[in-house]
Design a protein around this ligand. Structure first.
Ligand code: ZN
Length: 122
């Protein structure tokens, strides 16, 4: 069971790594710092504010089970979620990818390939 001991939001003064999407939290970006205990072990986690908001939305809309839906874990659950298009767009945006509209089929296919390559690179 995950017990949150403290949680706070900060503006980064130096670079960190977001444990959610695994991309850098650059100086000036907002992030959440969480200190907690899971199965007796203490942990600290830093995540982009945007990644936290996105995962909270997944939970709120019923797309995540009991596990916190880390973006970097998604290859494992890739086929499980049938997310609405605006959520895919939000997901791509977090990864710094442009998400073309559905009617731009070739561009959309290219974006999919980049998304899958990004996961494979983790
Ligand atoms: Zn992140």
């Amino acid at each position: 069971m995950d017990e949150i001991i403290s949680e706070s939001f900060h503006t980064a003064r130096k670079a960190h790594i977001c444990e959610n999407c695994t991309k850098p939290i650059e100086p000036g970006q907002r992030y959440r710092y969480r200190y907690g205990k899971v199965e007796g072990d203490l942990y600290t986690v830093k995540e982009h504010e945007e990644c936290v908001a996105f995962c909270n939305r997944l939970i709120d809309e019923g797309y995540a089970d009991d596990t916190y839906p880390y973006i970097s874990d998604w290859p494992r659950t890739f086929d499980r979620y049938e997310l609405p298009d605006d959520l895919w767009e939000a997901r791509a945006r977090i990864m710094g990818l442009h998400w073309p509209p559905l009617d731009e089929r070739t561009a959309r296919q290219r974006a999919w390939k980049r998304l899958k390559a990004w996961w494979r690179s983790l």
